[in-house]
Design a protein around this ligand. Structure first.
Ligand SMILES: [Zn+2]
Ligand SMILES: [Zn+2]
Length: 348
């Protein structure tokens, strides 16, 4: 059996195309998921343009944010049935034996393989999924919404597990992409009283959406310097927590400028370049610089409950729905910021 899939076929820029590939064979502990919706992540265009610091095992099917229904069960799989609506963690593989795996930090297991990075992903009609990373889509969550569970989990892990936000806090979120907007909502749920979201030119629509998700103030940093504005608030010490969803060095500099003494910078965005400035303000202000990566099973279960009760309504993020053969257009919509969350549907 064959299927159409979006394949990155070489480690050079632009080497991505729709190909006819075999439907994956499943092992005894896997299920075959018939894909319903796949979200386009900011990292997907980066992979396409080969702007990544790692080598990909080509040829590789891209895509790691998805939902679907179970089509086939492996011999050892119990507790699941054909037709079950599911969404899946991004961890296509991890060893299950090392200290990280045994302490529920399996997202940083050295043998972890991510869908669409080191293992075939979901820009396809079917995807092979180990049953241990399946999550049932609850009543009240559509399959389209469920394909956006992954970014909700990123926000949950960053703000609930890896930050210390208290009711009444002043929180700054840099970068109003899907992750930044979901972090805005999470900061609001956690009781932050002032939530300042910082974007740049081109982010105007995204900053408006951020307001719907709980931003109490938005700043376009291309037009206004956010530093005096944020340092002019309250007691003029700055933000209790700064969440950097953009990741490159100017936003780390901005984070250090606006974070309060004894505050925290939570860094979600990746930045492959060196920072090019002194980190001494971290020392002078006794600031914690905290990385955060991915998520685990418990985060997925809770995020799905929050989505079912509409505490997180991801429909407000989805701007486009396109068939899989329009993948290049979807990448352009992401890069031009015309699209916020774009979901794709498989093709025959
Ligand atoms: Zn992603
Ligand atoms: Zn491990």
């Amino acid at each position: 059996m064959k299927m159409k899939a979006v394949v990155k076929y070489d480690n050079v820029a632009g080497a991505t195309e729709v190909r006819e590939v075999p439907v994956p064979e499943i092992g005894p502990d896997d299920v075959l998921v018939k894909v319903a919706y796949i979200g386009v992540c900011g990292s997907d265009p980066h992979m396409h343009h080969n702007r990544v610091s790692y080598k990909v095992n080509v040829p590789l099917i891209l895509g790691h944010e998805f939902s679907g229904t179970i089509e086939k069960l492996g011999a050892n799989v119990s507790g699941w049935a054909v037709g079950d609506k599911v969404t899946c963690e991004t961890h296509a593989d991890y060893c299950g034996k090392c200290e990280m795996c045994r302490t529920n930090h399996y997202q940083v297991c050295r043998e972890r393989k991510g869908f669409g990075f080191q293992a075939d992903g979901a820009f396809a009609k079917y995807v092979k999924v180990p049953s241990r990373i399946l999550h049932k889509v609850p009543d009240g969550v559509t399959l389209k919404e469920a394909s956006c569970t992954e970014p909700v989990c990123v926000a949950y892990n960053a703000l609930v597990k890896n930050s210390k936000i208290a009711p009444g806090d002043l929180v700054v979120i840099i970068g109003p992409g899907p992750i930044g907007i979901l972090c805005t909502r999470m900061a609001s749920i956690l009781g932050a009283a002032d939530i300042v979201v910082v974007g740049t030119d081109g982010d105007e629509d995204r900053l408006k959406i951020a307001e719907k998700f709980g931003a109490t103030m938005t700043i376009n940093s291309s037009k206004q310097d956010p530093v005096p504005i944020i340092l002019g608030m309250r007691d003029k010490y700055g933000a209790h927590t700064v969440v950097d969803c953009a990741g490159f060095s100017p936003t780390l500099k901005l984070s250090m400028d606006v974070v309060r003494p004894y505050g925290q910078i939570t860094k979600i965005g990746w930045g492959p370049g060196p920072v090019g400035f002194s980190l001494d303000p971290l020392i002078a202000k006794v600031v914690t610089l905290q990385g955060t990566f991915s998520h685990t099973w418990d985060v997925w279960e809770k995020s799905l409950i929050l989505m079912a009760e509409k505490t997180f309504d991801v429909n407000g993020l989805i701007t486009h729905e396109l068939p899989l053969d329009k993948w290049a257009e979807s990448f352009e919509l992401m890069e031009s910021k015309q699209g916020l969350k774009i979901v794709l549907t498989p093709i025959d």
